[in-house]
Design a protein. Sequence first.
Length: 135
Amino acid sequence: MAVVYSTTLKNNRMQLLSDLVAQKVAAASTGSATAGKLVIGTASLAGGAGILATITLPTTPFTVASGVATLAGTPLSATATATGTAAKAELRDAADTVVCSGLTVGTTGSDINLTSTSITSGQTVTVTSGTITHG
């Protein structure tokens, strides 16, 4: 039998994801947050390889409702630092600690949606939307 979580628990877990990306948990005593990052890459992001673009996120990176974390501030963009086909993404905090990995990338219907997955160094990479749904 599959595990079933309440909506409240799903929302709390998704909010924690957002808070960890913004390092709000570590900064709870000061109430400050730092901008996390969305790293777009090729099929392999292991050890820093395959990075195509790094997008700075808002200090409140996600809104959370009904067990879904929705990327805030879209569209978001950055300049590509390499050439390749975007296939995976990671959420990292400002210190480059991976908070969430294995996110799918596409132009529609993916965790992270871009205007194009074909990326050339120097071009603008634009994220049109992003959602992470609690299982």
